[in-house]
Design a protein around this ligand. Sequence first.
Ligand SMILES: Cc1ncc(COP(=O)(O)O)c(C=O)c1O
Length: 353
Amino acid sequence: MQDGSTVINFIPGPVTPSRRVMKALSYPMPYHRGKEFSDIYKEIRSLLSPLFGGDGEISVISGSSTAGIEAMISGFSLGKRAAVIADGKFGERLGDIASIYSKVNYIRAEWGQTPTIDQLDSSLNEAEYLLVVHNETSTGIEHKMDVISDLASDKGVSLLVDVVSSIGGMNVEAETWNAKALAGGVQKCIGAPPGLAPVMVRDWGGYSRASYYLDLMIYRKMSSIDQTPFTPALPLFNALREALIEVHEEGLRRRIKRHKAISKILRKELINLGFKLFPEMGEIGRYSSTVTAIVVGKAEKVRELLKKRGILVAGGQGPLKGKILRLATMSNITERDVYALVSSLKKVTREVS
Ligand SMILES: Cc1ncc(COP(=O)(O)O)c(C=O)c1O
């Protein structure tokens, strides 16, 4: 907090970066056409590669995660038929973006549920692309990408995946899913400040230019000399590099295990306290290990009272506002933080009832 008091941040991004990462924001800025920046950019892309889970060409756009998502969707789906899994705010948003560039078929389910395999199967008959959010941050559901990618590949449909709230904290498997392209986020499980958008392209077939600033092909060309086409947000690159080094110091596998274990403890504690988990698991969903959503009466009041106790949590989005709370266990959240949250939740919910 600005007054120096400590808070525990359970908001699903931006998370609170470590001191080391924040310090990097004040490093001297390298010249963006010089060797120093090229080395940083190259290192960042190579550190990101295992987080995406496969080989592919990585670009980092200066812009929020949506910049990367729009770059990916616009370039690949321009003038084509795209099916979109829309069972939460970010799935809906993929559809909103795609409908600017392509013909969209929404595969819908009520937020907090998931479409059935039958729904998916029939919607894919007409599609050239399937757009899916790996980890739907608005509902706390991880989509089962193994099932989805098998269905897509059976129908010869190319996969574009939003991995914004999973990369660096959950298993992202670009190669196993045979994804054409994936767009990630840096301000969530990776633990960097917001403002950069990493995108991986594994197969350029079908790509065409749909935008100037967000044309991935121009990023590709400049990546070959380890530069970005436009002036990069230099302090953010310094901070992202530091955050990625931290991820690799912990070890990606260990980090993913830790996210899983902590979210499991949180879910167990919440159930013990009598809370109902919000998502209902269907055929293609499982509980996310980075965002846990619970049904809470007077959710906004509870959120305010938690904030007074130094605990930041997120409310529901869109139609879910006031009905649920979202508790993120991303990046540096510890078991101790989780117990502090649970204990405060217990007191606060008693206060409001
Ligand atoms: C799954 C998902 N996709 C996209 C976004 C949008 O990211 P940004 O606000 O950085 O553009 C978010 C942000 O919460 C997200 O969780």
